[in-house]
Design a protein around this ligand. Structure first.
Ligand SMILES: N[C@@H](CCC(=O)N[C@@H](CS)C(=O)NCC(=O)O)C(=O)O
Length: 324
């Protein structure tokens, strides 16, 4: 009998990032996520404690958004989490028993070897990339959603009826601030969150230069917004902070070197952004507990041999984040 769980078609073009094709002009284009369902009382995926499972990498900024929101909302007991190894190889993200790494876990649900096994279990014909985060449904054994910007909105509200009132009332995308949050997300995502990847994965000088200039122009803009302020929107922690923060915390340790975003560092070039980043890290455990610099640095420098052929992981910066 053929076991379709273990024998899968050749999906190496989807799992091996070093085989990823750039576009004709050398620029990096991120593919859209494929699983876009939500959790709702009247839908297929109902809010239930213990039913959903979150698969993440500590290295991945998009996955880290979901970890931060999960902690802020106090969803730890409702949605368990599994962390993959940061060394993403030809089969994509391996679990912690396949590639032993401190802080990485085996898959507790199916003993999968790689994240790709979950995608192919959910849809054997899946043709996209095998990305984290993955919000998995144990009832129908499928992926609810693999788009972090949507998972954080699901976490923000969908489980409120299962939470104590002081957590349920926390809203990081409040109606009254949505316009301002959306307006920030609209340029911060392409120019900063994805901008660093566009710089780092560019395969022509022109595509790199365009991207890196856009990254620093956008950082200059953020620096002005954060003058004497603790948060991006009014004086309130919102998803706009979470979405930007995951990129800024990786900036000096990784993006300055690995992605060649080296006009300035955050610590020496952007005092307001640096203070905002440090306050969230040192004063709010949802941010600190979602950050693992060993996973972050190892992942990027190890997993992209097309950029860093010898997989040397730099020791600096020292420290990875400065004290407050
Ligand atoms: N749009 C997705 C992007 C997720 C994503 O690209 N994750 C990267 C890690 S940072 C990944 O898993 N890449 C694996 C690959 O492309 O093979 C989201 O925001 O959730």
């Amino acid at each position: 009998m053929i076991n379709t769980d273990t024998i899968s078609r050749d999906a190496s073009s989807q799992s091996d990032i070093s085989k990823m094709k750039p576009s004709n002009d050398g620029s990096f284009n991120r593919a859209a996520s494929s699983f876009r369902q939500t959790v709702a009382p009247d839908g297929r995926f109902k809010p239930e404690a213990g039913r959903y499972h979150l698969y993440v990498s500590y290295a991945c900024p998009w996955a880290t958004r979901t970890l931060i929101m999960r902690s802020l909302k106090g969803l730890q007991d409702i949605i368990p989490v599994t962390v993959v190894s940061p060394r993403m190889g030809v089969h994509g993200w391996p679990f912690g028993d396949v590639d032993v790494f401190p802080g990485a876990d085996p898959d507790p649900l199916y003993k999968s070897r790689h994240i790709k096994d979950l995608y192919l279990k959910a849809d054997p014909a899946y043709s996209g990339r095998f990305t984290v985060p993955v919000l998995w449904d144990t009832k129908y054994q499928t992926i609810v959603n693999n788009e972090s910007s949507e998972i954080i909105r699901i976490f923000n509200t969908a489980f409120n009826d299962l939470l104590p009132p002081q957590r349920a009332q926390l809203d990081f995308y409040p109606e009254a601030l949505r316009k301002e949050i959306d307006a920030l997300n609209e340029w911060i995502y392409p120019n900063i969150n994805n901008g660093v990847y566009r710089a780092g994965f560019a395969t022509t000088q022109e595509a790199y230069e365009k991207a890196v200039v856009e990254v620093f122009e956008a950082l200059d803009k953020v620096e002005k917004i954060l003058q004497d302020k603790d948060y991006l929107v009014r004086n309130q922690l919102t998803e706009a902070d979470i979405r930007l923060w995951v990129t800024i915390i990786r900036f000096d340790p990784v993006y300055v070197g690995h992605f060649k975003c080296n006009f300035r560092t955050i610590r020496s070039g952007y005092p307001a952004i640096n203070t905002w980043m440090k306050k969230l890290y040192w004063k709010n455990d949802a941010f600190k507990s979602a950050t693992n610099f060993d996973h972050i640095k190892t992942h990027y420098y190890w997993s992209h041999p097309q950029i860093n052929a010898n997989r040397i992981v730099p020791l600096g910066p020292i420290p990875n984040i400065e004290p407050l």
